[in-house]
Design a binder for this molecule. Structure first.
Ligand code: SAH
Length: 374
């Protein structure tokens, strides 16, 4: 910790604020059928609404011609209250990256980022407005936590992005949204219930959900060990990413303050348990920060700590730090980055350097923070 730095304040619980209206996407299958019946319609209408919402990606009653004309507007109005309005979109990487700023029912602003790759299209979603984890290199971490998003606020980000992507926002041709990563604003495992409801909607087969493959859904965490174990017990084999950023407690206590509660070893043990239960290889996220965490001895220690826990269960995703405004830190030198990768590889650890998208629109990892009131 530097001399003048204040100790970070971790906020595990979100402040209480006005809740967003309950939405169709907040409900499970039984809840959706019950809601439809409460509105005086037969329960099977719920499955028609599922198809409209998750497959046709629409909430517009005019597009629901299989529902009786009288009553469908009332159904849609009751079950699909508007949760977010688009404030602005910004494109980068020749149109292959699109960041959208959303305003929620209470004026809270959040962002999501859509990225097209040759073989996939990935949406980076926000799970909390702000974040309580106080990681000093992350712009969202500097904002503090405003509130948790509801399940439907997360699911709506996905529906709207899938729709935009289908309708050509990523360069003209229709593109199918295939991957979702919980790497936008917030700590997903600190908003566990809503995030899990969203995950279930992502992976549920049509018409009950978007039908994404669980392996194409990534939940990224600072390492909230009890919540990681809860996720392990869910039996939904999503990809788990753990933001490690340092292999030793001394440095990780500073870079990822929750480490003061759950140590590197406890975090890696929980990650290994996740692999044991799901068979899904865990990703270790490591933002390479010049002269902070990029030394050869740290690469070596990381390699040893991972190999100590077995082979084939983990891979490492280094990412060059995206500097945030006012930060004293910057990305590692490319040569140092390569040496870090080579050291890990010499331990037999698979390593993929993560690309950094949208840094010129402040849409890259760790840069999501709302700058102005719009
Ligand atoms: N709270 C979750 C998910 C959000 S951040 C988590 O921490 O995992 C998604 C990833 O971006 C995390 O690995 C995070 O550590 C990383 N990140 C944050 N700030 C960054 C920055 N300035 N440069 C590069 N990566 C960053």
């Amino acid at each position: 910790m530097t001399d003048n730095a204040k100790p970070p304040v971790i906020q595990m619980a979100a402040p209480k604020r006005g809740k967003p209206p309950v939405h169709f996407a907040d409900l499970d299958a039984d809840g959706r059928a019950a809601a439809v019946k409460d509105l005086g319609q037969p329960a099977f209408r719920a499955s028609q609404l599922n198809t409209h919402y998750f497959t046709h990606l629409t909430v517009d009653p005019d597009e629901m011609s299989d529902l009786p004309a009288d009553g469908r507007a009332a159904l849609a109005e009751a079950l699909f209250p508007p949760l977010m309005t688009q404030v602005r979109t910004l494109a980068a990487d020749k149109g292959a990256t699109v960041k959208t700023l959303w305003s929620l029912h209470d004026g809270v602003k959040v962002e999501s980022v859509l990225m097209k790759y040759p073989e996939r299209a990935t949406l980076c979603v926000t799970s909390q407005a702000g974040c309580g984890m106080a990681c000093p290199f992350c712009a969202t971490g500097q904002m503090g936590l405003t509130r948790n998003l509801s399940a439907a606020e997360i699911i709506e980000q996905v529906r709207l992005a899938a729709r935009a992507s289908r309708d050509g926002v990523l360069g003209g041709d229709p593109v199918r949204l295939s991957n979702v990563v919980f790497m936008g604003m917030g700590e997903p495992l600190a908003n566990y219930k809503a995030v899990m409801a969203a995950v279930r909607a992502l992976v549920a087969p049509a018409p009950y959900g978007f039908g994404l493959s669980a392996r194409h859904v990534t939940v990224s965490t600072v390492g909230l060990v009890p919540a990681m174990d809860k996720l392990t017990a869910e039996g939904i084999p999503v990809t788990l990413a753990v933001s490690l950023h340092a292999p030793d407690d001394e440095l990780r206590n500073e870079l990822v303050p929750i480490n003061n509660r759950y140590s590197v070893d406890q975090t890696l043990d929980a990650a290994r348990r996740y692999f044991d239960a799901t068979g899904r290889r865990v990703s270790i996220e490591y933002a390479l920060i010049r002269d902070m965490n990029d030394q050869a001895h740290r690469a070596d220690l990381l390699g040893r700590k991972l190999m100590e826990r077995g082979t084939g269960w983990v891979h490492v995703n280094p990412i060059p730090l995206n500097p945030t405004p006012g930060s004293k830190w910057t990305a590692s030198d490319p040569k140092v980055e390569q040496a870090f990768v080579d050291t890990l590889a010499s331990h037999g650890i698979p390593v993929t350097i993560r690309d950094t998208r949208g840094s010129d629109i402040d849409g890259a990892c760790g840069q999501l923070a709302i700058k102005e009131e719009s």
